[in-house]
Structures are given as structure tokens and as C-alpha cells.
Design a protein around this ligand. Structure first.
Ligand code: AHR
Length: 617
């Protein structure tokens, strides 16, 4: 008798009535830091680059001279001896030697690779100034780089001889949308004008003053993240101790914020200060996961545990008090003064960032010192260590994974057999790094495979966040390739990974139920969760192969299922397919309704796809 080999029909068995774990309600969130012009030149709504000019970081290149007409002459310099406050002690010195009504002279700023101009839009602006010609009038205009056409203009009269803040508004009419614009500040008589904190904002998300760019906030809102890990990453630590994120220097009026260098090779305006991070959380209904500086900076500078570290431990306690304290506390009162009377909910505090890179091996001692002080005052807080420690048991450990596509597939299963008695896991940074500036479909497929495994283990992996989140796609805008969301001055787009994550984040049950795949090739992945209250089953399916995968799906432990289900699919013709600033919607999720025959039904997964099937039982 000839032996007839029949390939096993690919099957997926789901045991709906036998949940294996609770899904962490905070599983999916965001991680952020000042990298890739994420805030300045990105999310933060400020349109003026280097609004605090300063020597030593090349920012005078953001402030070229304006000389119009036949009779204008101006010199631009940095005055290191005069600034509007004790925090900002230098300023832009605009020495106008010649100017008249037909030959204005002054200075301009081209924003972050352009200033976006849209029709019928109000821009709110301000600057600090003083002059040697009291009563001077400064003209302000939004001008097109190519055509020199003015989209909006105004003037600010009576500049005095002492530092003072001046405000202005620019309103556009029926102008074409463009990003190649600059802001000019000019005068029509010889005078010396000192300028600082020159600022211009377009409309912001929820109309917040000092707020965020609308399109980027909307993209994040669509992901429905549950937390924001802030303020870094390397940005928390700084290259040097005095370049760390010092929250106290990011509060209150801008004129009190000295600005500071970020480790990603540009200077942060600190317009996105601690309170702005928290308001970002508030706007998107996320909980802050607060990372506190723990005495280690990237250039191998560290502070020994013991008395020398105490001021930093106190800073961490102050920072927690700023978030959570009542008006009767020193730092709670500061938050009230800054305009936010209500405290913020806080459950997680991370101590440092990637402290395994500290060659001095001081983290064990540093972590223990922070842990004891924070727990003594805030026993309810869950404290996160950035690497395993021996001296004390952290509540949670932050694991980071930056992987190639192949390595990411190998990582799937990493937590399947992890010791459930040890600390919980926060995957505080992860990404499949394929695609530049943003991940392609191959990366999105590997990311999705990885998410199935985190979700399956979400009793243990209680939080996870992709990194980096944002990148300005202009040349020199990016310091780290493979970022979730890309943008220029005018528009933004989500990468295939962005859409995969938005799908995963916003479709999830409350309990994991067991799934068994059989007869499928190795690059097919799944996870299923149920919401018993809503009687809803969410099945996530990843087909990272180039061929269609038929699947016979059987649900056990349910009597009946609704005859129709929601199917959301993200797919493309090639793993190299991607989205970009010019082609933002090549790979986007498509939603449809599919018929479900009963607890046993067939579903085919299209090649290179991520699918979510949501059905009621
Ligand atoms: O996400 C980019 C960087 O990667 C982060 O700043 C750091 O924590 C990690 O090394």
C-alpha cells in the first residue's frame, strides 16, 4: 500500500472558558524623551527654533539678519551680559546701524525646517525685549521663504529700555498652506534691540497655552495608551550630571527656565517641562510613569551612594510631591502656583535609566538608597529598577529590547516560562529596528509577533512601551532610526508599526485565554483575550509569511457565537512596504465584517498581515 502523507490542516484552538491570566490594565503605553526633535521641533507647539539664543550650541545660526531696501544695516550678536532673568542671562543683540520705512532691518527665524502657515489661523506670539531707543516699534511678520509674501503681520509699539515681555497675535487670511516660512522682527530706525524668548504658537491640542501640536496628539490619542514613561531614556540622565533632567528648572514661566543640553546633541528649550509632560498625560488619559534621576549620567559620571547622593534622593521625593502633594506641601504648592491645583495619580516610579551601563557598578547601592527613602514616604508606590539588583528586591524591572527582525522573532516566548515569583516586568523600551526613519512592514510584523507574547504574559509583563516614539524626518532631524511616528513642520504619519500598535492597544480583553496553533509555519503567531463582562473575544493573528494562511478556528467553552465579527487587517504586498511623509497611508488598517459559522469557523490570513478578529460569544 503506498503511504499517502496528508499535511495537517492548520488549526487554531481557543479555550474561551479557561483564562490563564489577567491582562494588565496598564499593558500598553508610551515612552518619551527629547530625541529626534521630539518636543522642540515636534510635539511641543513652539514654532521658533532656539527661542533662547545662546553661544556654544550654534543657535545664532537660527537667527540670521534681515536687511531690506537700499539703506539697511544690522549686526546680530549674542550678548552674554544681559538677559531677562537670573535664569536666562544672555540675549540676542540686534544692532541696527541703518534703517528707515522703506529699508527695515532686524532678524528672522526659520523655525524647525520651516514655519507652517495655514489659512485663517491665529498665531500667538511673544518676546522679551529692551532697547536703547525707548518707544521703539518692532514689526513682526510671517513671510514666505520663496515669494517673500507676507501671510500675516503686526507691530509691537513702545519697547522700553528695561527687560519686559511683549505679546502679539498674527492672523492669516486666505493664504495657501505652506511650511517654508520664517518670522521676521524688524525696525525702521537705527537702534539696538535686545531680544529673548521669541515665541510663536499656532493652534494647540485642546487649546492649551504652551501646548502641543494637534496632529501628533491625535495620533497618540488614537493608540489609547494607558501610561507615559517620562522624561527618558538618556534624556533623564544627560551626558553629564549637570545636564540631567532637573525638574526644578523646568517649572513656571519660561523666563525662569534656563534650558539645558540634551544628550542627543541639541539644546532643550524646556518648554516641555515637568508640568507639560503631566498635562500631556492628562489630555490623553494616561498615567505618568515617573523616571527620577538616580545619580548616573551617560559619560560614566556617577554619585556614590551615601551622603553625596542624598540631595538627588531629596529631589526625587520633591518631584513625587510635585505630582501628588496637596497645597499644604512645599512642592504641591508649587504645582498649584504653576496652575494645576489637582494632584496627579501616580503609581509607578522608575529609578534611573539603563543603569547596567554604569561601569562603576554603583546602581545596587544607589537603587537601595532611593528605594528606602521613597518607600518610607510613599509605601504605596511601585518602584522600578532599570537592571537587576541584589541588595533589595525591586517591585518591577525595566527590560529594554532593540532588535533586528530575526532577533525579535527569537525573542517571542522570552517570558513564557519566566519565574512568576520574581519582580514584575516593565518592557520600558522595545522596537524592531528595520526601516529608516520609521519602521517598515517587516518590522511591524515582528513587533506584532512580540506583542502577542507580551500580551500572553501580561500577568508578568505589566507594562510595555515602544521607543523612540517620535522623529522629525528632516535631514539632521533624527538621531536614532526606526521611530514610530514621523513628521515635518506641516504634517505627520504613522508607520506600519504605529498602526499595528494602535490595533493591539485599543483591542484587548481583560483575561488571556489559551490558544493552540497546529500545522502552521513558524512565522504565524496568535494571542486571544476575552472580556467576560462584554462577552467579547479578541483574537490577534500575525501572518509574517508571504503566503495566505487558511486557519480552521475552533472555540471551546462557548455555546454560541454572534454570526458576524469585526475583522481589522493591516497588510502589504512586500515586507519592505512602508509609509512615509510623502506616502503616509500605504499601509493602514482596513476594517470589515466577516460571517462566523459558529464556534468552529474558517478564516484565512492574508500574506504579510496583522489581523484582529473581535467577536461576541
Ligand atoms: O530610545 C533611545 C535610547 O535607547 C534611550 O534614550 C535609551 O534609554 C536607550 O539606550
Amino acid at each position: 500500500m503506498p503511504l499517502c502523507l496528508v499535511a495537517q490542516k492548520p488549526t487554531l484552538a481557543i479555550q474561551v472558558d479557561k483564562p490563564t491570566a489577567k491582562v494588565s490594565p496598564t499593558l500598553y503605553g508610551l515612552m518619551t524623551e527629547e530625541i529626534n526633535f521630539s518636543y522642540d521641533g515636534g510635539l511641543y507647539g513652539e514654532l521658533i527654533r532656539d527661542r533662547v539664543p545662546g553661544r556654544g550650541w550654534g543657535s545664532l545660526t537660527s537667527w540670521p539678519a534681515v536687511m531690506r531696501g537700499a539703506n539697511s544695516s544690522v549686526a546680530i550678536d549674542l550678548d552674554g551680559k544681559s538677559g531677562p532673568s537670573s535664569a536666562i542671562t544672555h540675549s540676542l543683540k540686534v544692532t541696527v546701524k541703518a534703517a528707515d520705512a522703506s529699508s527695515p532691518a532686524g532678524v528672522e527665524n526659520g523655525g524647525y525646517w520651516g514655519i507652517p502657515v495655514r489659512a485663517n489661523t491665529t498665531y500667538t506670539g511673544s518676546f522679551w525685549a529692551k532697547t536703547d531707543k525707548a518707544g521703539l516699534t518692532v514689526s513682526v511678520a510671517l513671510e514666505n521663504d520663496q515669494t517673500a509674501e507676507v501671510a500675516a503681520s503686526t507691530s509691537v509699539a513702545s519697547i522700553g529700555d528695561q527687560w519686559k515681555e511683549y505679546k502679539f497675535t498674527l492672523k492669516t487670511g486666505a493664504v495657501p498652506t505652506s511650511s517654508n516660512n520664517h518670522l521676521t522682527l524688524t525696525v525702521t530706525q537705527p537702534a539696538t534691540l535686545w531680544l529673548d524668548l521669541v515665541s510663536l504658537f499656532g493652534p494647540t491640542y485642546k487649546n492649551r497655552v504652551n501646548g502641543n501640536r494637534i496632529d501628533l496628539m491625535e495620533k497618540m490619542a488614537a493608540m489609547r495608551p494607558t501610561f507615559l514613561r517620562l522624561p527618558g531614556g538618556n534624556y533623564l540622565e544627560g551626558n553629564h550630571i549637570n545636564e540631567r533632567f532637573n525638574f526644578k528648572e523646568t517649572l513656571g514661566p519660561w523666563v525662569n527656565r534656563p534650558t539645558h543640553p540634551s544628550p542627543w546633541n541639541y539644546r532643550s528649550s524646556d518648554g516641555m517641562g515637568l508640568l507639560e509632560f503631566l498635562e500631556w498625560c492628562e489630555d490623553l488619559n494616561m498615567e505618568p510613569v515617573l523616571a527620577v534621576y538616580a545619580g548616573y549620567s551617560l559619560e560614566q559620571e556617577h554619585i556614590e551612594p551615601g551622603p553625596a547622593l542624598e540631595p538627588h534622593v531629596q529631589d526625587a521625593l520633591d518631584e513625587i510631591e510635585y505630582l501628588t502633594g496637596g497645597p499644604e506641601t512645599r512642592w504641591g504648592a508649587e504645582r498649584v502656583k504653576n496652575g494645576h491645583p489637582a494632584p496627579f495619580a501616580l503609581h509607578y516610579v522608575e529609578i534611573g535609566n539603563e543603569d547596567e551601563f554604569d561601569h562603576s557598578k554603583s546602581y545596587d547601592g544607589r537603587f537601595a538608597q532611593f528605594y528606602k527613602a521613597i518607600k518610607a514616604k510613599y509605601p504605596q508606590l511601585q518602584l522600578i529598577a532599570t537592571t537587576p539588583v541584589n541588595s533589595i528586591r525591586p517591585d518591577i524591572i525595566d527590560d529594554h529590547y532593540y532588535k533586528s527582525t530575526e532577533a525579535m522573532y527569537e525573542l517571542v516566548g522570552r517570558y513564557d516560562k519566566a519565574d512568576r515569583n520574581g519582580p514584575k516586568i516593565f518592557v520600558g523600551e522595545w522596537a524592531t529596528r528595520e526601516g529608516d526613519p520609521t519602521p517598515n512592514l517587516a518590522a511591524a510584523l515582528a513587533d506584532s509577533a512580540w506583542m502577542t507574547s507580551m500580551e500572553r504574559n501580561s500577568d508578568h509583563v505589566i507594562m510595555a512601551a515602544y521607543a523612540p516614539l517620535l522623529t522629525n524626518v528632516n535631514t539632521k532631524g533624527m538621531q536614532w532610526a526606526t521611530d514610530l511616528i514621523g513628521y515635518n513642520a506641516l504634517s505627520s504619519y504613522g508607520s506600519p508599526s504605529y498602526y499595528a500598535q494602535a490595533m493591539f492597544y485599543s483591542h484587548i480583553g481583560t483575561e488571556v485565554v489559551p490558544t493552540t496553533l497546529a500545522g502552521t509555519p513558524s512565522r504565524v503567531y496568535t494571542v486571544a483575550t476575552r472580556d467576560e463582562k462584554a462577552r467579547k473575544l479578541t483574537i490577534k493573528l500575525v501572518n509574517a509569511t508571504g503566503v495566505a494562511q487558511p486557519l480552521a478556528i475552533s472555540l471551546s467553552g462557548v455555546d454560541k457565537v454572534a454570526p458576524e465579527a469585526k475583522l481589522i487587517t493591516l497588510s502589504g504586498k512586500s515586507p519592505n512596504a512602508t509609509n512615509s511623509i510623502d506616502h503616509p497611508t500605504e499601509i493602514v488598517p482596513v476594517e470589515s465584517t466577516v460571517k462566523i459559522a459558529g464556534p468552529k469557523f474558517n478564516q484565512t490570513l492574508v500574506p504579510y498581515s496583522v489581523s484582529i478578529l473581535e467577536l461576541n460569544y
